[in-house]
Design a protein around this ligand. Structure first.
Ligand SMILES: *Cc1c(COP(=O)(O)O)cnc(C)c1O
Length: 359
């Protein structure tokens, strides 16, 4: 007899990551997972080497150095910071702590897919409300909130749209939500648009709002699995119980701490990314391919129809360039392209331009 999983788990599809397959002999250019176009700060490898002395011991379960450094850079209270094995762990634990059968999450049409997975972990329901031209619509979110709603989840900037609503819109959303509804603001790409005015962290101090960030994107540490969030203290306390104790390896904590310390390097990454993003956008515009304006390290390309997207994608994959298909987001006419190194990005835009001309 096979042991039976709970019915709502048995009904779940496995989480779909990108498939990174190119023809044999082709160099893979990964444009599918929004990773950084360059390695992390040189300080990171030194920190990892130091941390290797001592890996017979469990890592710091309280992330003391890392929280202290985040708090210093962002002017936050270190006691209200939780760190996760990626911000995905924090999203999952928030769901386990606050959602369940009969509870609902409200999010936007093209919300980051993992929130639906996290809701499904707990058998909670999820409502996606329409966006306006790929922008989160605050009023539509508020209108969709019902008696069962326990959480509203917004990624800002959004993934896969790349658009960003102004901070005053996030504040307006908070003001219009019932006080007992948790607002989760996922700022995985926040660094790419910081001037850095530290955004909406203060909401965590005065309302049931959680602000999430990650080291996976602007800091170039996707492989180290470190995310963090700024939490109201009660919500932090409940969420913390569900985190894996010792969740972040010592080398990862050291790497993230060093990366946070080197703000100049991270800002340079964001600057280079924005330059290449602009070049690619200009080339696509010249080629007659629509690009959604982005505040992130990726771009959403909108082709005429699903078949065009399929045909463009086939030509790219043939040459080793793997973007992300958007069918699972209900956008089969779109491809999402991570901004990668300048030469590769130029090559991708040349391939697409030629493809477009040949049509
Ligand atoms: C990449 C991403 C994350 C991050 O995940 P990690 O688990 O920290 O690697 C979270 N939210 C959004 C919207 C993302 O695009």
């Amino acid at each position: 007899m096979m042991p039976l999983a709970k019915p709502h788990i048995a009904a779940m599809a496995p989480y779909a990551l990108a498939t990174l397959e190119v023809p044999e002999g082709r160099r893979l250019v990964s444009m599918a997972q929004n990773e950084s176009l360059r390695p992390p700060s040189p300080q990171v490898s030194k920190a990892i080497e130091n941390a290797l002395q001592g890996v017979q011991l469990y890592p710091d379960p309280d992330w003391f150095d890392l929280r202290r450094e985040i708090a210093r850079v962002h002017h936050l209270d270190a006691d209200l910071i939780l760190c996760g094995a990626g911000s995905m762990e924090l999203i999952g634990c928030l769901a386990h702590a606050f959602l369940g059968p009969g509870a609902g999450v409200v999010t936007s049409q093209y919300a980051y897919a993992f929130i639906a997975t996290a809701a499904a972990f707990t058998n909670a329901s999820i409502t996606h409300v329409p966006e306006k031209q790929f922008f989160v619509d605050v009023d539509a979110l508020v209108d969709a909130v019902g008696n069962d709603t326990r959480m509203v989840f917004v990624a800002n900037p959004g993934n896969p749209t790349g658009t960003r609503i102004p901070d005053h819109e996030v504040r307006r959303l908070r003001e219009r939500l019932p006080v007992d509804v948790i607002l989760v603001v996922d700022e995985a790409y926040g660094e790419f648009c910081d001037a850095d005015d530290d955004r909406v962290f203060d909401l965590a101090g005065c309302s049931n709002t959680v602000v999430l960030r990650t080291f996976s994107k602007a800091y170039g540490l996707a492989g180290m699995r470190v995310g963090w969030g700024y939490f109201p203290s009660d919500i932090a306390g409940q969420t913390r119980k569900l985190l894996n104790p010792n969740n972040i390896p010592a080398c990862s904590q050291a790497a993230a701490t060093a990366a946070m310390t080197d703000q100049a390097y991270m800002k340079a990454t964001c600057r280079i990314t924005a330059e290449i993003r602009q070049e690619f956008t200009d080339a696509m515009t010249r080629a007659g391919i629509r690009v959604v304006p982005s505040h992130t390290n990726f771009l959403l390309l909108e082709l005429e129809d699903p078949n065009s997207a399929k045909s463009a994608n086939a030509v790219l994959v043939d040459a080793g360039f793997v973007m992300r298909g958007m069918g699972s987001y209900g956008l089969p006419q779109c491809l999402r392209a991570t901004v990668c190194e300048r030469d590769d990005m130029r090559m991708a835009s040349e391939i697409l331009t030629r493809w477009r001309k040949g049509k």
